[in-house]
Write a protein that binds this ligand. Sequence first.
Ligand SMILES: *C/C=C(C)/C=C/C=C(C)/C=C/C1=C(C)CCCC1(C)C
Length: 258
Amino acid sequence: MFNTLLLDVMVIPKDDPVAFTFFTGYMAMLAASVFFFFERSTVDDKWKTSLLVSGLITGIASVHYYYMRDYYVSTGTNPTALRYIDWTLTVPLMCVEFYLLLKPAGAKASFMWKLIFASVVMLVAGYIGEAFVPMNSDGTAAAGASTHSFMWGAISTVGYIYVLYSAWFGEAKQLAASSNSSAVQSGIQALAWFVLAGWAIYPIGYMCMPGGWLNTGLGWQPSSVDLFYNIADAVNKIGFGLVVYTIAKAESAKTAVA
Ligand SMILES: *C/C=C(C)/C=C/C=C(C)/C=C/C1=C(C)CCCC1(C)C
């Protein structure tokens, strides 16, 4: 009886950075949610929804990480489906954050829906590219794998470029420019950097899978897909939330003085 119990204990290999980042990501994002939820009471009413969404993003991710770390540690394979379910919920919420921040500057719901649509295209194409890549039974890339991952990766990138363009030059940028708050302007600029530098980590991970360029070209292991995704998730989800928090705090301090 004792033995069966022991079998349920998960073993984290001490030289497995993927497992380490699954556990660290889980804990860090859980802590971030607690932080955002509690800090909500310290900002003006109009910022409370933004902080709620920040906490939801890290909260949803941390629950997924709870399951993904178990999945990874017990099977040694990539939890692709859980990963994309997580993203399909959290990335549209990041688009909602853009909208909430820019609403006082005149952002319309259509602005939000366009961003959400682009992000869903990005994720659905990425999922097809990753989950249905032709593989041999020994886990190596089968014929057509490179074409498959390139084609779906390219479609996904179109969605990504739309969000990137909006943040740097398009609608998001223009709305921020018409905002009379310098906190909102610099905040949107910071989010634009996250979309450029932080989100760019994901395609790097994607290219490590069998058939991907970094896998066939540099021989990078498929397990490093998750290493890149785990690092990127913690940076982007907590970072996005902190930018929103900083804006909310700065703006609330202004009204406190006025
Ligand atoms: C919290 C999760 C976030 C911010 C996830 C972002 C994911 C991406 C920006 C993924 C992008 C991809 C491409 C641009 C091409 C290859 C396939 C993807 C889905 C990895």
